[in-house]
Design a protein around this ligand. Structure first.
Ligand SMILES: Nc1nc2c(ncn2[C@@H]2O[C@H](COP(=O)(O)OP(=O)(O)O)[C@@H](O)[C@H]2O)c(=O)[nH]1
Ligand SMILES: [Mg+2]
Ligand SMILES: [Zn+2]
Length: 357
């Protein structure tokens, strides 16, 4: 069966990611479309059902990023009148952050994604340092980041903001949009190919749900606009939700993250710091840390005003955080190897009755 005809294609299933897939007898596959405290909502291609993870998926998990998350393909088993998430297909990508407060814990924000849309308002929300941090986080995901600047229609300092955004984005594409206006969002529609999945990340109020509604072509996600009828304050998104778009792509809307903590798996060379990398190539020492070394081209650029000191400080800070979290992560990676081997086991169990896909 080609991917396009697959019953799960409308929610982003692409067979090429799991060429050897064979489900154990009696199982079916569904995609986690929403996550709540008490469990998950899973779309099985026809309907959305509530499902609870088996204890293994709740507890095996010293590393919480291996717990089921929105975007995951869940192997579902019916038990009485309940659906259980028995296992997950191996993820081809995942946006993961260090979990707030807990030292070694990590949390998957969205999985099996092709695009990460980093949403930042061209209003008080505009913050190049935060954009750098999101780009760093994206570097460990396996998905492609795109910077989406919203509230284009309300920005009196557009030129300066665009210049600042492009300076931190490196080779990452930058789109400035009015999230309320479909014509303005057309470049994003073009970006999201049928079968692909994108996740929206950014501060609360940045315009993620507004953008979601525009891309959906209707009001589905509650936005922060003041409710006119009852005037009872503002809606904010409380759960991560995966929604199929008319063009065949899927979009995951998320609430704002209060803390964007790195995991240690990020690669600063992939995080848009092309300007600093180019300068570093001119430093006298190949392993120059751009601190006190003689012949440092980065510090020369700083002194001549060519490089923004806040940008270099950010590069140092993110680099230190990656190093620290990376040290904590050694035990975690040993664990990941184990669970990846477990996932491969699932694919290898051929010979068993082919489950409904
Ligand atoms: N003028 C204008 N307002 C926007 C734009 N994007 C979002 N908003 C408004 O910003 C507020 C927060 O938007 P919302 O989508 O809820 O943000 P979220 O928290 O990121 O989901 C709402 O009042 C939106 O109407 C935009 O591009 N232009
Ligand atoms: Mg929202
Ligand atoms: Zn240097």
């Amino acid at each position: 069966m080609s991917t396009a005809d697959h019953p799960l294609a409308a929610i982003g299933f692409r067979a090429e990611h799991w060429p050897d897939l064979a489900l154990p007898a009696g199982r079916r596959l569904g995609r986690i479309v929403e996550q709540h405290r008490s469990g998950y909502l899973v779309h099985d291609g026809e309907a959305v059902v509530a499902a609870k993870p088996v204890p293994k998926l709740r507890h095996r998990v010293e590393d919480a990023s291996h717990r089921p998350a929105v975007g995951d393909w869940a192997v579902l088993l019916r038990q009485g009148d309940e659906w259980l998430v028995e296992d997950l297909l191996p993820r081809f990508s995942a946006l993961t952050r260090g979990a707030a407060g807990e030292k070694r814990a990590r949390q998957a924000i969205a999985t099996n994604i092709d695009h990460i849309l980093i949403v930042c308002g061209l209003d008080r929300d505009f913050n190049p340092r935060r954009i750098e941090r999101y780009l760093a986080l994206a570097s460990a995901s396996g998905a492609k980041p795109t910077l989406v600047l919203t509230k284009l229609d309300k920005d009196p300092e557009l030129d300066s903001h665009l210049e600042q955004a492009r300076a931190v984005a490196g080779s990452t594409a930058v789109h400035a949009v009015n999230a309320k206006d479909p014509a303005s969002c057309a470049p994003l529609v073009a970006l999201l190919e049928s079968g692909q999945t994108a996740v929206l990340v950014g501060s609360s109020g940045a315009g993620k749900s507004t953008l979601t509604n525009t891309l959906l072509g209707g009001e589905i996600q509650a936005t922060g606009a003041l409710r006119e009828r009852d005037g009872r304050g503002r809606h904010t998104t409380v759960a991560r939700t995966l929604l199929p778009l008319p063009g065949g792509a899927c979009l995951i809307d998320t609430p704002g993250l209060r803390e964007i903590k790195l995991t240690g798996d990020e690669q600063l060379e992939e995080a848009g710091f092309d300007d600093i990398d180019a300068l570093a190539a001119e430093c006298r020492f190949r392993d120059c840390r751009h601190e006190k070394e003689p012949g440092c081209a980065v510090r020369t650029a700083l002194e001549s005003g060519k490089l923004d000191p806040a940008r270099l400080a950010s590069w140092h800070k993110l680099g230190r955080e990656i190093g620290q979290a990376g040290g904590e992560g050694l035990a975690r990676r040993a664990h990941k190897r184990e669970s990846d081997a477990g996932a491969r086991g699932l694919r290898k169990r051929r010979g068993e009755t082919q489950g409904r896909l």
